[in-house]
Ligand binder design. Structure first.
Ligand code: ADP
Ligand code: MG
Length: 233
């Protein structure tokens, strides 16, 4: 419970002054952002501006060299690897440009996998997976392997896999980057409506203004820096 009267709601995720260098290449040089519960936040900027690095830092995939990442009351930048992988299995989910489905597994098995890793028995996991495949209009492809799916179908399976665990935060890095514009818009519409239904926040990395238009708010990165953080207090 929040004990401070009239305090603004605590963000779900807060990144402050993140810096990250790869060799001599600065990827982030002072990036800050807040992601609130249930909001869809677009992270935009030119290629090479540090969007993916920022997403990886807040999702606990990459450790920043400097700065803090808070998930609710928890500091993530130094959290043990086991805790980060637990979060990535449960409260966080990722969707990448190329679905990164497991090629040997059928669509329904790909979507069941996160549940099975969390201890759900196979039968129940498959049932939930089918519900999500149906939600995204690809139940008819449940037994297909990723190589047999169109790009749009594969991204819908990837969305189902991301949302099946009921995550609090979805990190989507150019999720429509490999699709034509019609398929891309359909995938965005489905991702945002499902996330809103679940109350999941989405951090959406894109360089495409049509995709960014699906977000509630936008933060721009330039040369590894975000514009001055909007102060919410
Ligand atoms: P964006 O997603 O906006 O295109 P990135 O975060 O991928 O930007 O990259 C920012 C900068 O960091 C770029 O110069 C990129 O080449 C560099 N970079 C990103 N990841 C790595 C890596 N794993 N190794 C070396 N350089 C990297
Ligand atoms: Mg990128």
């Amino acid at each position: 419970m929040n004990t401070t009267e009239s305090a603004p709601r605590q963000p779900l995720l807060t990144a402050r002054d993140l810096r990250k260098t790869y060799g001599s290449t600065p990827a982030l040089s002072g990036a800050s952002a807040e992601l609130h519960a249930g909001e869809i936040l677009a992270l935009t900027g030119p290629s090479g501006s540090g969007k993916s690095t920022l997403l990886h830092c807040v999702a606990g995939i990459v450790r920043p060299d400097h700065g803090t990442v808070m998930y609710r009351d928890e500091r993530l930048e130094h959290a043990p690897e086991e805790r980060l992988s637990e979060l990535r299995r449960t409260e966080f989910a990722v969707v990448f440009q190329f679905g990164q489905l497991i090629p040997e597994l059928t669509a329904v098995d790909n979507v069941s996998l996160p549940l099975i890793l969390n201890g759900t028995d196979r039968r129940a996991a498959q049932e939930q997976a089918r519900t999500w495949l149906e939600r995204f209009g690809v139940l008819g492809r449940a037994e297909a392997r990723p190589g047999e799916l169109s790009g749009g179908q594969a991204q819908r399976v990837a969305l189902a896999r991301a949302l099946v665990t009921g995550p609090k935060a979805v990190f989507a890095d150019e999720p429509t980057g490999a699709l034509d514009s019609l398929a891309g818009e359909q995938v965005m519409a489905e991702l945002t409506s499902a996330a809103r239904e679940l109350g999941a926040a989405v951090l959406l990395v894109t360089h495409d203004a049509t995709v960014a238009a699906y977000a509630d708010r936008e933060i721009r990165l330039t040369d590894g820096r975000t514009a001055a953080l909007e102060v919410s207090a």
